[in-house]
Design a protein around this ligand. Sequence first.
Ligand SMILES: [Zn+2]
Length: 143
Amino acid sequence: MTERRAYAVHEAGHAVVAQALGRTVCAVWIAVECARGGAEIHTEGIALADGAAICWAGQEATDLLNVESPSRLAKGDWERFIGLTSRMDAKEQERLRQDARARARELLRENIKLLKALADALERDGAIDHVTFRRIVDNCAHP
Ligand SMILES: [Zn+2]
């Protein structure tokens, strides 16, 4: 299993859960050479539970597809989650984390075809813009 695959599945996971929650996915990209990747998602006014589910979706995606994930991939998501929940106590934070992970996993399972198609495209091309993302979503919905 290559590191490139892990990055592709991880970032595809964020995008798929964002899409499933009705958010606009602007772009998704990976840059394995500099250990970076990202999913640009329109998150204005997003509910905390949705934001947390998107946050954990990268890690859930690699778990779901049994892709070994370098630990640094999840590090940024941990930091983001801590930022989102900085006003909560540890117990509340942990409850939200468990709920968010379960929700992300459920949405990924429901959209596993899209997850795989998107991960394949990212692994191949390295970046997906909004128009290409929409086309992949449509192809998966109406094959
Ligand atoms: Zn991530």
